[in-house]
Structures are given as C-alpha cells and as structure tokens.
Design a protein around this ligand. Structure first.
Ligand SMILES: Cc1cc2nc3c(=O)[nH]c(=O)nc-3n(C[C@H](O)[C@H](O)[C@H](O)COP(=O)(O)O)c2cc1C
Length: 364
C-alpha cells in the first residue's frame, strides 16, 4: 500500500495497524532547534485517546508517544529537534482480535472492508487494520510537533453539531471546549448532546457530527497557487481523516446561498495603519493564500459504520449475509475526530509556512 505520506517540507509518514503491536509517524523535515518535553506531545494524545467518557469507545489505550529519533535529549529531560527524521512511536496495548472473527470474511456496510479486499486481495480484518482510525493517533503526534514549530499560531477545534442538534453560535465559548466530553463550545448544548447520545449508545446505533477547526496567528501570504492552494491542501488533509464526508472553508456551502454584497469581506485601514478585514466569510484564505484572518474550516463526519443492528451485505465468498458488528465502538466518532482535525490543520499550515519560506527566503 502506497500513499502513507503527506506534506512537502513538513513531511509526515504514518505506519501501523489497529491490532498490530504499535503504530507511529516519521516526520521528515521538522525544523531543527525546537525544544520540547514529551508531555508537550502527550497532552494532545490524551485528548484523542479512547475510553475517556461513555460517549466514546471503551477500548483502553494509554497512547503514550515515544520519540525514537531526531532529537538531542537535554539534561533537564527536554529534547531539541536536530532536523533529522523524528520518529514517533505509540504502542497498541488493548487489542482484542477475537471481537472481529465474525467479520473476517464479511464486509461491514459503510466500512472499508469491501474496498480493501477488492484492491489488495488481502485485508487485516482485526479492527479494520490500516483503515482503522487508530492510525489517527500518529497524526495527532505529528500535529503536536507541528504546533511546537510555529508557537505564534494557535490551532483549536470544537464539535458544533451531533446528528441534527446544532450549537447556538452566539453561545460560543472556547473555554467550554475542555469542560465537557464533546469538545463543545456551547455549554447549553452539552445536556442535549448527552441525552441524545445516551439513547444512540444504548440502542447500539451511531450518529454523525460536524467539527470546526480554527487557526489563528497564521501570517498573511501563506499558500501556493495554483495547485498548492492553502484551502485545497487543508480540504485534502481534513478529507483524509476516516469517516469525513464533507469539508467547508469559511462560510463554505453557505456562500452559494448568499449574494455578493453579503459575502464580500470588506477592507479598511486599521488604527495601526495595517489592512483589516471587516468580516471573514473567506475563512482566512483568498486565491489559495492566507489573508492573516483566522483560518476556519469545518468537516462532516458520517455515523460510525459499526452498529449492533443487522444490515445486509455480502462476504468474500460471494454469499449474501447479514452483518452486525460486535466489539467496542464510538457511537459518534466525530467527538474524537476533533483533535485529529486540529492535528491535520497544524501539519498542513506548518508545511505551507516552510514552503513559503523556501520560495521567498524570509520568515513572515
Ligand atoms: C476517531 C475515529 C474513530 C473511529 N472509530 C470507528 C469505530 O469504532 N468503528 C467504525 O466502524 N468506524 C470508526 N471510524 C470510522 C472508520 O475508520 C471509517 O469509516 C472507515 O475507515 C471507512 O472509511 P471512510 O468512512 O472514510 O470511507 C472512526 C473514525 C474516527 C475519525
């Protein structure tokens, strides 16, 4: 299987399967001289790791990330990147392959079982192998490193919709995001999500979600048109996350519904003599190049395909079968996708900052 690498100058290759002994990432092109502690990476791993509430899978993984290469250890316990490949290693400790015996030959509707078999002729059915979102742990580790390389950029994510339940954007409070199990910025929505998801979970069902990710402090002028547009690469990075079925930049699909007058991001000269935008429908990107405004993207996650209800499918021998997926699953994978979306945004933006520096020879 090829295509396990993304990025140009900050180049991330992930490896590993759901039920193998470990998984990880190799980051080639990480700038030298970044001092960090293991805990700086671990904080982001802990946000994504399973088993943290009743609303996510009960698989127990500590997701401790080890840095195997690319750093000089310091006496105080920190590490400094050397510019050589940084290898990030995460052990799998709570694999239960027997949960998957039933689907060794059967294709779960909505999962990647059929297409992986079709394409490769062999499939690691234990937890979905490489198609499992365990792989996203490696992205989160790489994303944590990317954040450290651009300390002036703040990247945050929030869950804004579960099923048909949307947050009230007037209630948006970033401080709320880490106060509830949903990464939800609207405190009033938390009990609604709780009750709704409890019902979904008890029924062995699943539901989708929408996540918003925002990058602040990205300098104006980042992006490489015409085939390396910043929005294009962000969309690609977010779309590469498991179960993502839609991506929007800025006001996204709403832009198709409003007039040019409403959509225009007007400009003025601010008190400091610098240009200011009076709105940000563009989501911080025009012509594939950052404007200096916050970069805003949203992505839609489909309902977890692993559900307890029997669904019609076929098996590898061509028989028609009914499939019911046992095992431990997230009723709404959108929750744990929040830190994954942040990580992808971080990697893509850092890659573009380095590319801009490479072409223009200056730090913006
Ligand atoms: C954080 C996260 C956790 C996931 N966990 C599960 C899961 O437990 N069961 C499942 O069927 N799908 C899960 N998925 C989704 C599948 O990995 C994904 O649907 C599958 O690989 C097929 O790919 P596609 O949906 O992108 O086409 C998860 C996705 C994410 C982002």
């Amino acid at each position: 299987m090829s295509h396990n690498t993304f990025g140009h100058l900050f180049r991330v290759t992930t490896w590993g399967e759901s039920h193998g002994p470990a998984l990880g990432a190799v980051v080639d092109g990480c700038p030298p001289g970044i001092r960090f502690a293991q805990e700086d990476l671990q904080a982001f791993m802990d946000k994504r790791k399973p088993g943290q509430s009743r609303f996510v899978t009960q698989r127990r993984e500590d997701d401790i990330v080890k840095v195997l290469s690319g750093v000089m250890p310091q006496e105080d316990g920190t590490m400094i990147t050397t510019g050589t490949p940084v290898s990030l290693f995460i052990e799998n400790t709570d694999q239960r392959s027997k949960d998957y015996g039933d689907i060794a030959k059967r294709y779960r509707p909505g999962h990647a079982d059929y297409t992986y078999d079709l394409k490769y002729g062999i499939r690691d059915y234990r937890g979905g192998g490489r198609s499992s979102a365990r792989e996203t742990a490696a992205r989160v580790a790489a994303g944590a490193l990317a954040r450290l390389a651009m300390p002036d950029v703040t990247i945050r994510g929030a869950l804004v919709q579960i099923g048909t339940h949307k947050i009230n954007r007037d209630n948006w409070d970033w401080a709320q995001v880490d106060q509830n199990p949903f990464f939800c910025p609207d405190a009033a929505m938390v009990p609604v999500f709780e009750e709704y998801l409890d019902g979904i979970r008890k029924a062995g069902s699943s539901v989708g979600a929408v996540i918003e990710v925002v990058a602040e402090g990205v300098p104006a002028g980042i992006g490489a048109p015409v085939y390396g547009k910043l929005d294009q690469d962000i969309a690609s990075g977010l779309m590469s996350i498991n179960a993502v079925k839609g991506v929007e930049i800025g006001n996204g699909f709403e832009a198709a519904e409003i007039t040019g007058e409403e959509n225009a991001d007007e400009m003025r000269i601010g008190a400091d003599g610098k240009p200011v935008f009076l709105s940000n429908h563009a989501g911080g990107i025009l012509g594939g190049i950052s404007t200096g405004e916050p970069i805003v993207a949203r992505f839609a996650i489909k309902p977890t395909s692993s559900i307890l209800t029997e669904k019609r499918s076929i098996d590898a021998d061509g028989n028609e079968v009914d499939v019911r997926t046992k095992g431990r699953h997230d009723p709404c994978v959108g929750i744990r996708a929040v830190p994954v979306g942040e990580a992808m945004l971080a990697c893509i933006i850092l890659d573009h900052i380095l590319r801009d520096r490479g072409q223009n020879g200056r730090t913006r």
